[in-house]
Design a protein around this ligand. Structure first.
Ligand code: ATP
Length: 350
C-alpha cells in the first residue's frame, strides 16, 4: 500500500516575494519510510508539505508518487492524508463519526465504515472512545483521533505538519512513542514536519534538514551528529566545538592552534579546514594515554546538568566544550590533559 515519494528540483515563489520559499528541493522517500522535514520557522517545511498534498503547485520541479508525476492530480485524488498542529475535528459528531467521515464521503457501506473506524481507533490506542464527542477528550486524545482519521483512508502518503507541537512535554513524548509504533505497524510512507531536532531524531528513519528553502543534508539521524556536512548543519544539531586549521600534505593531519591534529577522515591537502568534535567524545585527564591528539587546557567553566557535567576548556586561544559523567570532578581553573580521538574529529565541508 505504501508508496515511494520523490520531489525533483521543486521550487516555489509566493506571489511577488523576492526570495523563493523553496529552492530546488530534491528528496526521495522510500515506501514505509518516515522522513522528518526539519528546519527553523519559515524555512519552507509547510510549503513543501502542501506541494506534496497538492494544495500548492510548485513554480518549477516535479512531485512523483511511485514514479508518476502527480502535479496534475487534484488533492482529493492524491491519496495523501494530512494531520495538522491543531486537531480539526467536528465538535458535534462522535469520535467514530469523525474518523469515518472521509469514508462516508466516498459512499462506503455503513458497516465497513464502522469496522474501519474502529480499527483506526485501535491503531492509535483509542478503542472504546468512539462514542464520545471531541469536547470530552484531552488535547492529546484529540490529536490521536486526528491521526486515526488520517489512517482510516489507508493513504499512500501520510503528511504530518507539526502534529505534536501544541501538546505539553509529557504528552508529546507519549505521542512520539505512539507515532513510532503506528509507523512500525503500518509501514506508512510518512513526511513529518518539525522544527524540533530532538523530535526528528527520535522519530525519523531519515532527516531532511532545510534552511532558507534549500536542503542542507539528508541522511540518517546519527549522521547529523557524527558526520555533519557543514558548520551550519553541525550548529543546528547543537555542535559547539569548531577548530580551524590547514590540512598537511598527507591529508590526514591538520595544523591548528592546538597543535597538529590527526584525523581518521581524509581532507584535501593544503586546504583550510574546520574540524568538529562532539562534547561527549572529548576525553579529559585520560590516564590510559595513547591518544593521538592530546594537549593541556584550563577548565574555564563547569555546569552540572544532572546526568552529565559540561566543561568549558581553553587551550591555545581555542574554546572547547566537553561533556563528562557527573562523577568526573573538575574545578574551574584546573589544568587538564585533553584528548581529541582522531576517529571522533570530523572535517566540515564549506
Ligand atoms: P513554520 O515552522 O513557522 O510553520 P515553515 O518552515 O513551515 O515555517 P513555510 O510556512 O513553508 O515555513 O513558509 C516559508 C516561507 O514562505 C516563509 O518566509 C513565509 O513567510 C513564506 N510564506 C508562506 N506562506 C506564504 C503565502 N501564502 N504568501 C506569501 N509568503 C508565504
Amino acid at each position: 500500500m505504501s508508496a515511494r515519494l520523490e520531489l525533483r528540483d521543486v521550487s516555489l515563489r509566493y506571489g511577488r516575494s523576492a526570495e523563493p520559499a523553496l529552492r530546488n528541493l530534491s528528496l526521495s522517500v522510500e515506501p514505509g519510510e518516515l522522513v522528518a522535514l526539519l528546519g527553523p520557522s519559515g524555512c519552507g517545511k509547510t510549503t513543501a508539505l502542501k506541494i506534496i498534498a497538492g494544495l500548492l503547485a510548485p513554480t518549477s520541479g516535479d512531485v512523483l508518487v511511485d514514479g508518476r508525476s502527480v502535479l496534475r492530480v487534484p488533492p482529493e485524488k492524491r491519496e495523501a492524508a494530512m494531520v495538522f498542529q491543531k486537531p480539526l475535528l467536528f465538535p458535534n459528531m462522535s469520535v467514530e463519526a469523525n474518523v469515518g467521515f472521509g469514508l462516508r464521503m466516498r459512499g462506503m457501506p455503513q458497516a465497513e465504515i464502522r469496522d474501519r473506524a474502529r480499527e483506526a481507533l485501535r491503531r492509535v490506542r483509542m478503542e472504546g472512545y468512539g462514542g464520545r464527542h471531541p469536547g470530552e477528550l484531552s488535547g492529546g486524545q484529540q490529536q490521536r483521533v486526528s491521526l486515526a482519521r488520517a489512517l482510516v483512508t489507508e493513504p499512500k502518503l501520510l503528511l504530518l505538519d507539526e502534529p505534536l507541537s501544541a501538546l505539553d512535554a509529557n504528552l508529546r513524548d507519549a505521542l512520539r512513542e505512539l507515532l513510532r509504533e503506528v509507523q512500525d505497524e503500518g509501514a506508512y510512507t510518512t513526511v513529518f514536519v518539525t522544527h524540533d531536532q530532538e523530535e526528528a531524531v527520535v522519530l525519523a528513519d531519515r532527516i531532511a534538514l532545510v534552511t532558507d528553502g534549500a536542503l542542507r543534508m539528508y541522511d540518517r539521524p546519527e549522521a547529523f551528529y557524527e558526520r555533519p556536512k557543514t558548520r551550519e548543519v553541525a550548529e543546528f544539531f547543537g555542535a559547539t566545538n569548531f577548530i580551524g586549521g590547514r590540512a598537511e600534505a598527507s591529508g590526514f593531519s591538520v595544523e591548528t592552534s592546538l597543535g597538529t591534529l590527526e584525523l581518521a577522515a581524509g581532507v584535501p591537502p593544503g586546504s583550510s579546514v574546520t574540524l568538529t568534535i562532539r562534547p561527549e567524545a572529548v576525553r579529559l585527564g585520560d590516564p590510559r594515554g595513547g591518544c593521538e591528539n592530546s594537549f593541556p587546557a584550563r577548565v574555564s567553566s563547569a555546569t552540572y546538568l544532572g546526568t552529565q557535567v559540561s566543561y568549558g576548556l581553553e587551550a591555545g586561544g581555542t574554546s572547547l566544550r566537553a561533556a563528562l559523567p557527573p562523577h568526573a570532578r573538575l574545578d574551574v581553573g584546573d589544568e587538564v590533559d585533553v584528548c581529541l580521538p582522531a576517529g571522533s574529529l570530523w572535517p566540515l565541508g564549506g
